[in-house]
Write a protein that binds this ligand. Structure first.
Ligand SMILES: [Ca+2]
Ligand SMILES: [Ca+2]
Ligand SMILES: [Zn+2]
Length: 314
């Protein structure tokens, strides 16, 4: 992993500052992540306008690799939990819940990454609009709404650059399994998410890490309308990429998202990367299209999110 632009910051990273809960030890390179890192879905930050949300270089590597065998095991486990709890399909189809959101602004010692309260409020509004189906008549209302439960700010160069993320998340995370924690950092990714079925094993790191400049008003071209957080929250609710598994009938375990051979870049209307029925779901929040191209979760994604929430987060 080469992150040369961070080397200067790393040299300064040992100094504890006012809002640091526990000063980290000096180190020149990011700490290798322990086991928890494997439980995440990672989107690479695009390096240029021509790059996709995940970047062409990232395909097959940009997130936790859930093998087909693991995917099957997760489905079996989820179905067994729902069956044991006696949850019916109609109950999950009509589930609604309010998600408390804790936003952790991870600044560097000079205040870099200082998103405004207005941007955070706008980000919460984007989550509410996108999860309620507010961007398209074809979009599902998932029944999930979001309220800002707290904002905190830390001044720590290591944390700002997402170093020692297992440690900083464990030290700053708030709320229970149903609380969405968003850490705003600066890294080579647009975002990284944990999945709901990993919560019990790794509760301290549960949540999403999002590039601070992807918030509404941020500076990352084509990815600054706040829909990276929507995408990452989708994973947090248990959704896969629409291109998970490629051109297979099962692919993302969602019936009403046409199978997709690879991630989308930009907003290519009529893209059809897979001979199975249907055009690629380029407008789906779980693809890699531009923020301006995104406009929907589907009804079956909504149902899956509710099932996962019921099984693992409620
Ligand atoms: Ca599908
Ligand atoms: Ca097709
Ligand atoms: Zn993703």
């Amino acid at each position: 992993m080469t992150r040369l632009r961070r080397s200067a910051a790393a040299a300064l990273g040992a100094t504890a500052l006012a809002f640091v809960l526990a000063p980290p030890p000096a180190q020149a390179m990011p700490t290798p992540e322990p086991a928890g890192a494997k439980a995440e879905c990672i989107e690479l930050e695009p390096k240029g306008a021509a790059d996709a949300r995940g970047g062409e270089r990232s395909q097959g590597k940009d997130h936790r690799d859930v093998s087909l065998r693991q995917q099957r095991a997760i489905e079996r486990r989820t179905n067994a939990i729902l069956k044991a709890e006696g949850v019916t399909a109609s109950e999950t189809a009509t589930l609604s819940a309010t998600i408390p959101v804790y936003v952790h602004v991870m600044l560097d010692r000079n205040g870099r990454g200082n998103v405004t309260a207005g941007q955070i409020s706008d980000q919460i509004a984007v989550l509410n609009k996108t999860f309620s189906g507010g961007e398209s008549s074809a979009a599902a209302n998932t029944g999930f709404t979001f309220t800002l439960a707290g904002t905190d700010r830390y001044y720590n160069n290591n944390w700002h650059y997402d170093r020692q993320s297992t440690k900083y998340r464990s030290q700053t995370r708030q709320g229970g399994a149903n609380a969405l924690n968003i850490w705003l950092v600066e890294f080579d990714y647009l975002g990284i998410a944990t999945f709901p079925w990993d919560y019990n094993r790794n509760p301290g790191i549960d949540g999403i890490r999002v590039h601070y400049d992807s918030l509404p008003g941020g500076s990352i071209a084509n990815y600054n309308l706040g829909e990276t957080a929507t995408h990452e929250a989708g994973h947090w609710f248990g959704l896969y990429h629409t291109f998970q598994g490629g051109c297979t009938a099962t692919n993302d375990e969602v019936a009403d998202t046409p199978a997709q051979g690879s991630a989308t870049n930009g907003c290519p209307e009529g893209r059809d990367s897979c001979s199975l029925p249907g055009f690629d779901p380029i407008h789906n929040y779980m693809d890699y299209s531009y923020d301006s191209c995104y406009n929907q979760f589907t009804a079956d994604q909504s149902t899956r999110s509710s099932q996962m929430f019921t099984a693992y987060r409620s």
